[in-house]
Design a protein around this ligand. Structure first.
Ligand code: UT7
Length: 337
């Protein structure tokens, strides 16, 4: 079948995979590094521990491992992959993109490859772009990866941020289908507000403020965040995006079996759950064990809850993310293929 002959009506997730580095950093370990306590971190964020990449464990490696697991569960070989999208703001290198490195590492020689920079919303944005390419341009499948090595851009002297972040990767295989009865990705709502870029960013190390001695000494090459402000926007934007995606799919929260939220803070998740129809029992949360892993947050939680048999064929799932930019995105899908 040539691309032009493709008449796919539906795009389904046919496989998921994830990868977390072996090394675990607990709140008690952090007590020895900065002035903090396990109690403060647990009660203010819900996090107990996070995974941290070790020497040689880069973004590409984590992405490739999660991709191979997703391909295995989709029963697809790397050579069959047509598109690789990597959502990340911690690429192995600025050039080339991480997707090309993943392509080489897993042997997906027939795929076009690009990175997508949308911070914590990178995976959900990636699903939206992949769906558009499959439905609009006739590609048959895509590998969408959310991966982050936040430990590389975390200021380990700043207690305001270093207790929050972790490393990891998650991936999903998307495939076109024209089988009747398959509904797949149903509707989405994406957005951004660049006027609030200053609330969450890494000022140095880019082309505006290069990797100068000043940028390094002034610690401008690490994540800066106005936590309290970001918190409020995160709750508002995730609720609005979730509602809008549900409206577009013709569904309500009553129809939703599972919500996979971006996992930045348990209090954010609780606030979103209470505003989206008081539904905390529907929220898939793994934040306690992994911390905030940005673009990897949604796909890692999705993979864990699918593999644990919680998310089943026919379930309606709402993915909702928010991150630096600001960017946000929500997607409603029916699980199964
Ligand atoms: O993934 C992208 C989106 N990111 C987010 O959504 C993150 C959103 N923000 C948050 O999760 C929360 O704002 C934080 C967890 C970052 C902070 O929680 P907060 O309840 O907003 O605390 P705060 O910033 O208002 O700070 C409260 C106090 C401050 O002390 P003072 O000024 O009141 O004396 C901080 O210095 O807590 C202090 N503090 C800490 N104390 C012990 C900040 N970090 C720590 C720490 N240990 N690690």
């Amino acid at each position: 079948m040539t691309r032009k002959d493709s008449h796919a009506k539906t795009v389904c997730i046919t496989g998921t995979g994830s990868y977390l580095p072996e090394k675990v950093l607990t709140n008690f370990d952090l007590e020895k590094m900065v002035e903090t306590t396990d109690e403060w971190i647990r009660t203010r964020t819900g996090i107990r521990e996070r995974h941290i990449a070790q020497n040689g464990e880069g973004t590409c490696l984590m992405a490739a491992q999660s991709a191979l697991r997703a391909l295995r569960s989709a029963d697809m070989s790397p050579e069959e992959v047509e598109i690789i999208i990597v959502g990340t703001f911690t690429p192995d290198m600025l050039l080339p993109n991480t997707a090309c490195l993943v392509q080489d590492r897993i042997g997906a020689e027939n795929a076009l490859c690009f990175d997508l920079s949308a911070a914590c919303s990178g995976f959900v944005y990636g699903l939206e772009v992949a769906r558009g390419l499959i439905l609009g341009s006739g590609y048959r499948n895509a590998l969408v990866i959310g991966v982050e090595k936040l430990s590389a851009v975390t200021d380990w002297r700043d207690r305001n941020t270093c207790v929050l972040f972790g490393d990891g990767g998650g991936a999903a295989v998307l495939e076109a289908t024209d089988k009747s009865g398959r509904r797949g990705l149903l509707a989405s709502a994406m957005g951004a507000d660049g006027s609030l870029a200053d609330l969450l960013n890494i000022p140095g190390g880019g082309s505006r403020m290069g990797l100068t001695r000043h940028a390094i000494d002034d610690r401008q090459i690490y994540i800066k965040m106005a936590g309290n402000e970001v918190f409020k926007h995160a709750v508002r934007c995730m609720c609005n995006a979730g509602q809008k995606a549900l409206e577009r799919s013709g569904l309500t929260m009553d129809d939703v079996n599972w919500v996979i939220p971006h996992q930045a803070n348990a209090r954010i998740v609780e606030a979103v759950a209470s505003r989206l129809g008081n539904s905390p029992h529907k929220f898939c949360v793994n934040l306690e064990r992994v911390g905030n892993i940005s673009a990897a947050s949604v796909p890692v939680a999705l993979d864990e809850f699918v593999r644990r048999g919680k998310i089943k064929r026919g379930d309606t799932v709402l993915l909702v993310a928010f991150g630096g930019g600001f960017t946000w995105g929500a997607m409603v899908l029916e699980w199964g293929y």
